[in-house]
Design a binder for this molecule. Sequence first.
Ligand code: ADP
Ligand code: MG
Length: 488
Amino acid sequence: MTNPPFPTLSQQNRDLLVEALLQWSLGNGLTMYPPGYESLHVVANAPVTLFPTPIPKSAFNAAIAVQQPFNQVYANVVSKKQWLVDVIKVLGAHDPEFTGRLFETYQKSLVDGKPVQRVSLGLFRSDYMVDTETNSIKQIEFNTVSVSFGGLSTKVGQLHNYLNSQGFYDDNYSYEYYNKDVIPVSPSTVELARGLAKANEKYGELTKPDNETVVLFVVQPNERNCFDQRHVEYALLNEFGVKSVRVTFNELATKTSVREDRLYVKSTMDQVSVVYYRSGYGPEEYGSEIEWEGRLKAEKTLAIKCPSILTQLSGAKKVQQELTNPEILAKFIEDSEAIEKVQSTFVNIYPMDDSEAGLKAREWAQDSQQCLKFVLKPQREGGGNNVYKEDIPKFLEKLPKEEWEAYILMELINPQQHPNSVIRNSEVFSETILSELGIFGTVLFNEEDGDIYHNEGAGFLLRSKFSSSNEGGVAAGFGCVDTVCLTE
Ligand code: ADP
Ligand code: MG
């Protein structure tokens, strides 16, 4: 007999569960720095759910199975280049300060029309919701830069497994409430580290450094989610013997030096094999010329970038919209089975330009009834930028018509809702939640000739948020990390 997806606990048992959860989290690094933190040795529990959340097994397996095809599509979008460059030029014209400037930096970095290092690493994450009607996965977005929560995802899976094994989910005895098989632990910490290690190894083959090399983690100053990154660093050293060095995005320019196209950490003269960005995806991070200088400097070296500027730009929401067109998708992937898998995850996404589809979308977006089916997205990452449903017409009214084509109009996905509880700042909130399943992938490829050296899935992430909030950013304060409970 299988238990219902959520246990019912007496108040006393629930209190015990909460205490065990909070202490396991602190004991095992399922943590974040609190907002506005000043002390480096005071941490807080990362927001998590009390229980795992049901996800149909078939949907979960489908999401895992489509990751390699998606990695391949995006690697090909980058290496086939011209199509992407044309899309980015249009976006850049609307957003000269950021998308335009990134593209310009890419162009400046080329030597005789080619990047200095042709090999590029993608640590990607494809995000989905499970559509209530069909129980199938539908893609929210494909992330190509600074994907987060690979580290904490492993931890939250271990947490829920600990609580289950210790019997905290059983109200009467201390039995396991869930069968272990249905609450898998995401291998993302080690798998993301493996991707970085593969790139480090490739760098060694290509450039024959005479000393050991390091991976440079380029992070945001005062990063609250730093333990998520640290777990990947620890795995990189423990599992693969590769050291890492952390610098802020601002320090990328000042704390490194370049000799014969190689990038070094100034203080130690460690040679950098991989520049791994956990920053640099939003315009507010480029507060001065120094950040642009750092980005260009790294781009012009033999260090493998994760991601290169072009790979970062391939994650544009406009690219995602274009790929829903079968003719365009066919440029980047040939295998018909893979095409089918990829396409089965798409909902309708429309341009907002003056093409036939765009004109139709403009009409819907301005209509007080039709707009309720959509979310309007600009070319930005990191949460908090989208415009939902009834807010769309008002928003467009204020936006000059020339700017509209920089946006895409996407059908809203309607995911299942569940009565779970969320622990945030040690306080328990019991509310309906909805969840977003992210699948990590790593791909090491050649941006010039399109060779793919390594293409693997790299674990998963479940993020949940209260149904009452439109957005789901964990660090931004809307959501939390969760574990899947696989259901038939
Ligand atoms: P960002 O780059 O800011 O992360 P996303 O495209 O991931 O942008 O959107 C942010 C959040 O908005 C998602 O995590 C999800 O909660 C919600 N969202 C985005 N697109 C949809 C959609 N088509 N249907 C339902 N919710 C969506
Ligand atoms: Mg997102």
